[in-house]
Ligand binder design. Structure first.
Ligand SMILES: [Cu+2]
Length: 373
């Protein structure tokens, strides 16, 4: 209960700060754009409740992270609970096959070592055997490991194939672009709007007008100002690339880790089974602030996702899964540079012309500020 009380206070503080974003829900960059003028908090008193549809800076629906889900837990070992079918399969493979096999082999080898050390020590065995070959034992110590490896390989290859299965038609495409040191995201099937995600700083690190991390945003070093919103139960086609050096987009609870390489696009797919907030970090050493470019994914019902896309100025594709182009409802060419189908997206460095085009520049400035620390 005491924990709950503390959380409520922190949450209230977070929502009050998040109230900065209420001033301009249509212009996500506005909070960052007007830090130096008046005190943002004074401009708009926060009337936020936990169900307020605004938590992340970009107007993502408010969803509180569940402790221990989609994030690491202090003092725990093992893998995070999985939120995808592939992840559950891999977790089962790890927990029920790999760990028992590894443990049994280690204990067996340890027992052999101990037996040899005591039974054949000089005092107990003064005259050593001169045996140099034993056909039966040699067949066993060659054959048994081969059988063990074959037994592990069978499920392992199936799992590997499942991890890189191309997304089916009708998948939602998310393109994650690594930058030193933040992530930007495009939704090419949804009008091509772009969002930019920077790490939320702690209370004692923020400058004037900046929003500090709260527990409602997520754990320290893992919470981003803008969340990647994705629908549950719908296949996601993940594309990764980079604007500078190699990064890696990773969400442990999805069993996803895909390198983001400059000049090429990597692809994989996954389907999130459970709603929730999931956290990850860049998983490829990419420079000084490698440890400060977190990934926050908010998995929501498809209808909520559609509403969020609309709020971002994007569009939902026509019911035909292979419609390809944004629907005619698209506002004034938002996806002009991005209406190609996902396989041929190569324009990662050009300016993104859409409703949120101000965001990258401003956030890059913010990122540069971060780098100066
Ligand atoms: Cu990186």
């Amino acid at each position: 209960m005491r924990m709950l009380g503390l959380k409520s206070i922190v949450l209230a503080a977070g929502l009050a700060l998040a109230g900065v974003g209420h001033a301009a829900p249509q212009a996500p960059a506005a909070p960052a754009a007007a830090p130096s003028g008046s005190t943002p908090a004074a401009a708009k008193p926060a009337a936020a409740t936990p169900t307020d549809p605004m938590l992340a800076m970009d107007g993502a629906p408010a969803m509180l992270p569940t402790p221990g889900v989609g994030m690491p837990v202090a003092g725990e070992i093992g893998l995070q609970p999985q939120a995808t079918k592939t992840g559950e399969r891999a977790l089962g493979f790890h927990n029920h096959i790999l760990v028992p096999v590894i443990t049994a082999i280690s204990l067996f080898v340890l027992a052999l070592l101990l037996w040899v050390m005591f039974r054949y020590r000089a005092s107990a065995n003064p005259v050593p055997s001169k045996t140099s070959h034993n056909t039966l034992i040699e067949i066993i110590w060659t054959g048994v490991p081969v059988i063990i490896l074959a037994l592990i390989a069978a499920p392992s290859i199936g799992l590997l194939a499942q991890q890189y299965k191309p997304a089916p038609d009708g998948a939602v495409t998310l393109k994650a672009i690594g930058n030193q040191w933040y992530w930007s995201y495009q939704y090419p099937d949804n009008g091509g709007f772009e969002i930019t995600a920077n790490m939320l700083k702690e209370k004692d690190e923020v400058g004037a007008g900046e929003r500090a991390r709260t527990d409602a945003d997520g754990p320290k070093l893992l919470a981003a100002d803008n969340r990647v919103v994705l629908p549950v139960g719908v296949p996601i086609r993940l594309l990764t690339t980079s604007n500078d050096v190699i990064h890696s987009w990773s969400i442990p609870a999805f069993w996803i880790k895909l390198d983001a390489v400059p000049g090429r696009v990597n692809e994989t797919s996954f389907t999130i089974d459970k709603e929730g907030v999931y956290y990850g970090v860049c998983s490829e050493l990419c420079g000084a602030r490698h440890g400060y470019m977190p990934i926050t994914v908010e998995a929501v019902k498809p209808a909520v996702f559609a509403a969020w896309v609309k709020a971002k100025g994007g569009t939902m594709p026509n019911t035909g899964p292979s419609a390809g182009k944004p629907s005619t409802a698209a506002p004034a060419q938002p996806g002009a540079a991005l209406e190609t189908n996902t396989a041929e997206i190569v324009n990662t460095t050009g300016p993104v012309e859409n409703a949120t085009s101000a965001a990258p520049a401003i956030n890059q400035a913010a990122a540069a500020g971060n780098a100066g620390q």
